[in-house]
Write a protein that binds this ligand. Structure first.
Ligand SMILES: NC(=O)c1ccc[n+]([C@@H]2O[C@H](COP(=O)([O-])OP(=O)(O)OC[C@H]3O[C@@H](n4cnc5c(N)ncnc54)[C@H](OP(=O)(O)O)[C@@H]3O)[C@@H](O)[C@H]2O)c1
Length: 259
């Protein structure tokens, strides 16, 4: 696919929070036409203010219009908010790319009516803005892959949706490594134990070490911790003094609760 053809797609971003906005800003930076992007949010005054600051106010739409107009839909609402959106009634071939942790492809297909659903779990919004996001995606899809390349994602196409759970945890590692030293013997042992049969996890963990910011660490952790989400669960377990392994398992548990 060539860029000019891809840029003709109307993209609708449902959930213009931290992830949604960072994706939109990166698309604009790459020359994506402003008029071909719509976004929605849930009415928060803080989100409106952020949209205003980022000059994205003219993209604001509502879910029903956005769903009707878009050929590619990006889902970046909190997992707990997805069901409340209701049925989308999409055409079967409308591409839906979900950034949500914990919500399975089957569930997204049922609610959207699309048969063309891809999941992606990137590291946090700052890494997207800084063109250094690591991501796991499932299944492979040419159009979605084109988008991930455009967004400068260093992405792994996962061969089994169950392994996306590990990617959810991998996406939390930059924040986790703000709290624990990844080079301690304990951490190395816990990461190897956690990796189990997903070898890439160790490589991704090494890459995640490089995404730990050097300043504004608390702000960074806050930004990547969706309220009620997986990162928040892991960080809170670490803060209670639990081991890295146990805290990552708490993250898996939270991810399953959200599914
Ligand atoms: N943050 C990360 O590092 C990270 C990494 C990987 C994956 N994810 C996934 O990405 C998703 C978004 O995370 P986030 O950190 O960007 O969360 P967030 O900052 O809380 O953003 C979520 C956005 O969804 C909007 N929203 C809620 N209900 C909606 C509805 N019915 N219609 C339209 N918009 C609605 C919210 O609107 P208001 O602003 O008005 O409340 C908010 O703008 C989550 O599913 C998370 O699992 C996050």
């Amino acid at each position: 696919m060539i860029k000019e053809d891809f840029f003709k797609n109307k993209i609708g971003v449902i959930g213009a929070g931290n992830i949604g906005r960072s994706v939109i800003l990166k698309l604009l930076e790459k020359g994506y036409p402003y008029d071909n992007i719509q976004l929605s949010y849930n009415g928060s005054i803080f989100t409106f203010s952020a949209l205003f600051d980022d000059n994205l106010v003219d993209m604001i739409s509502d879910n029903s219009r956005l769903v009707k107009d878009s050929s590619i839909i990006l889902l970046s609402v909190p997992p707990q908010s997805f069901e409340k959106i209701g049925d989308f009634g999409l055409d079967k071939d409308t591409l839906v790319i979900s950034f949500m942790a914990g919500i399975s492809i089957d569930k997204i297909k049922k609610q959207t009516n699309s048969e063309n659903v891809v999941r992606v779990i990137p590291t946090g919004p700052d890494t997207i803005k800084n063109s250094c996001a690591i991501a796991g995606t499932y299944p492979g899809n040419d159009v979605a892959d084109f988008l991930f390349d455009l967004l400068d994602f260093d992405y792994y196409v996962i061969d089994n949706e169950d392994k996306m759970d590990y990617m959810v945890i991998a996406g939390c590692l930059p924040a986790v490594y703000c709290r624990v030293d990844p080079h301690s013997n304990e951490s190395i042992r816990d990461i190897q134990r956690f990796a189990g049969d997903f070898d890439e996890f160790i490589e991704i963990s090494k890459k995640a070490e490089k995404l730990v910011p050097t300043d504004n660490i608390d702000e960074f952790v806050k930004q990547v911790s969706t309220p009620g989400g997986v990162t928040e669960a892991i960080i809170s377990s670490l803060d209670q003094g639990n081991s890295l392994y146990d805290s990552l398992m708490t993250g898996i548990k939270r991810n399953n609760e959200l599914s």
